[in-house]
Design a binder for this molecule. Structure first.
Ligand code: BF8
Length: 632
């Protein structure tokens, strides 16, 4: 246990002294942030435990498992069924979010290949040809746009397919595909699995908690090996496959003497164009005419990870820094698309000069300026938004950027991990497998997911990561987890000094950090491919479930995290969640997720809020897997 266990119960504590001071200074002026709101909002114990049912209007019912009078809802649903339905709906919503993002990317990809969207083009032809082979598209005698159209059409069909198997499920190791078929959990079409989950969990349909969770596996796999993987792979081909680069993170990346434009949300379609627009000579001279030294773009949340990895654009912060960024007084425009965008932004912005601009038809916020974005005229829209930032620059009041900018290295795609281990001619996962087999690296853990103001922000992530690397476990990280790690200085090669001797040796030999930034939340699909490569390379078993690997979302809060966790569990991986677990109102269901599900998938869920205890469980799991493989 952490000695400082009080720290875990700190609700509404920002992640750094500078953040805390900013909140305290500014809250004197009555700006209310997430850190205050969370203290005033006590979680409903029934909702938190997953045993409040709102799928019809005979209730809402709040049930208590084992109680004599309130053991079922009005319809007779048990606590296990209600909690499974709620869990299933979280998976469906998370899978829908990632997959709807994936859909937009395929549509743009096709339009780019057809020459319909000026400014967008097929950039990474090498990756396109690799992917064409994966999806069975013949490439001989075709140019890149012809190949891209066939690849895009094939992947677009995965959304509406009614029968058969999802295209990318064939990328999993053979043994895994067989296990999925035996369990009846190979996804057919992405949309079909999500719709079916909503149907099964409506009033009076599936009441068998195990059957609901089985479909939860299928739905989540449609996210990980479907919508998310499609988003990642096609974004790489459109915008470039990431390679490691140095960049900066923290609110300190905002510049007092420049126009600051923050891009926030998830889809990189518009932000890619904003990065281009910020280099436009005409706009740069306008900025100078308004008294600014330049135009500074910075990111928040997963949009930040996307443009960081491909352009080295600095990261202002994670989910919990979005309001704080505005409170610096230095943000001239905050442009958002969708997901993890706090509805409070325009309210906070009213106290400063910041203009909040929404751009997606799917996500409008009262109080924000809505400037809908269409891929056909993306660059013009991007320029208009940048222009608004420039025009707003002279309206700034006092500016308060107390934080330091911190160095980081980002951009470890699964292709890069191959490359850094062997160069162009011998790129492979062999060195990683060898180092795991010889024990220098004990195993690999993905530490991913959100920040949650119910715990001290960032503390659980970074305490866990430090403990893992000290125990020679290589950490892969994405999403806000990656931003937390970066802010704590863990994403630089020098952080190898904090690693155990074996991991340190490997990091020093390859010049890499002990914690690898692998991108945004849809990029968790890169972790699936990296794990598959480890299996295919040989020596670590025949299936993902045999690998000494695990996943963890220590500060999760989003439904998307539940979908990600479930697709790793369904892929044979143990996944630890912190904060609170959303089925604890039913011991029956929780036991199944923590134990029984292993018989179906080879993976399982674990709940543990304490970071040192999390680390102990992850290390123990990795050592068990090593033992089973005959490794010392
Ligand atoms: O998709 S890690 S808070 S930003 S949900 Fe959101 Fe969570 Fe951050 Fe990206 Ni992922």
């Amino acid at each position: 246990m952490t000695n400082d266990s009080d720290v875990l119960s700190i609700t509404g504590a920002p992640s750094s002294l500078a953040d805390t001071q900013l909140v305290e200074r500014i809250s004197l002026d009555e700006v209310v942030t997430v850190f205050q709101r969370v203290r005033d909002m006590k979680p409903c114990p029934f909702g938190q435990g997953g045993v409040c049912c709102r799928t019809c209007f005979m209730g809402p019912c709040r049930v208590t498992e084992g109680s004599s009078s309130r053991a079922t809802g009005v319809c007779g649903a048990t606590a296990a069924a209600i909690a499974a339905k709620n869990f299933g709906r979280m998976i469906a919503a998370g899978a829908a979010a990632h997959s709807d993002h994936g859909r937009e990317v395929v549509l743009l990809f096709l339009a780019a290949a057809r020459g319909e969207v000026p400014g967008y083009e097929i950039r990474d032809e090498g990756k396109l040809r690799m992917l064409a082979r994966v999806v069975g598209v013949e490439v001989d005698g075709k140019d890149k746009d012809e190949i891209a159209i066939e690849v895009g059409e094939r992947l677009l069909a995965d959304f509406g397919r009614q029968e058969g198997e999802l295209t990318f499920s064939a990328r999993a190791p053979e043994s895994r595909q067989k296990l999925w078929r035996r369990g009846g959990i190979v996804p057919r079409g992405i949309d079909r699995e999500i719709v079916e989950m909503m149907h099964r969990t409506s009033i009076g349909v599936d009441q068998d908690y195990q059957n609901i969770i089985r479909h939860g596996c299928r739905t989540a796999l449609a996210d990980g090996w479907g919508g998310s993987m499609i988003a990642t792979e096609l974004q790489d081909i459109l915008f470039g496959t990431p390679v490691p680069l140095r960049a900066k993170v923290n609110l300190g990346v905002l510049k007092e003497d420049q126009v600051n434009i923050i891009v926030h949300g998830h889809e990189p379609l518009l932000p890619e164009m904003i990065v281009l627009a910020a280099q436009d000579e005409e706009l740069l001279s306008l900025a100078r005419a308004k008294g600014a030294q330049g135009i500074n773009i910075a990111g928040i949340c997963c949009t930040a990870n996307e443009i960081l990895m491909r352009h080295g654009i600095p990261v202002a912060g994670s989910f919990l820094q979005q309001e704080l960024a505005i409170m610096t007084g230095a943000v001239d425009v905050m442009v958002v698309d969708l997901q993890c965008v706090m509805p409070s932004l325009p309210t906070v912005a009213r106290c400063f000069h910041t203009e909040v601009v929404t751009t997606s038809e799917k996500a409008q916020i009262p109080g924000a300026t809505h400037m809908p974005f269409h891929t056909g005229s993306a660059l013009e829209r991007a320029k208009e938004i940048v222009r608004r930032g420039i025009e707003n620059f002279p309206n700034r009041g006092p500016v308060d950027i107390a934080e330091e900018a911190i160095d980081m290295v980002a951009g470890f795609s699964h292709e890069t991990i191959r490359y850094i281990q062997g160069g162009r001619f011998r790129a492979s996962y062999r060195p990683l497998n060898d180092n795991i087999m010889n024990g220098r690296i004990r195993g690999v853990v993905g530490v991913v997911g959100c920040n949650n103001p119910r715990v001290r922000a960032g503390y659980v992530h970074t305490t866990l990561i430090r403990e893992l690397i000290a125990n020679n476990i290589l950490v892969l990280t994405t999403g806000c987890g990656a931003i937390n790690a970066a802010r704590a200085g863990l994403l630089v090669p020098e952080a190898a000094e904090m690693a155990g001797s074996g991991l340190r040796e490997v990091c020093e030999a390859l010049g890499m950090p002990p914690v690898l930034h692998m991108g945004s939340c849809v990029d968790n699909s890169r972790l699936l491919i990296a794990a598959t490569e480890m299996v295919l390379e040989g020596g670590l078993g025949d299936d993902l479930s045999e690998l000494p690997v695990a996943g963890c979302a220590p500060e999760w809060m989003s439904e998307k995290a539940v979908s990600i966790g479930q697709y790793f569990v369904a892929s044979g991986v143990m996944v630890v969640f912190g904060v609170a677990f959303p089925t604890m109102g039913s011991q029956v269901l929780s036991d199944y997720l923590f134990n029984g599900i292993e018989d179906l998938t080879g993976g399982k869920w674990v709940y543990e809020p304490d970071p040192l205890e999390m680390a102990r469980l992850l290390i123990e799991h990795i050592e068990d897997k090593r033992k089973a493989l005959g490794l010392r």
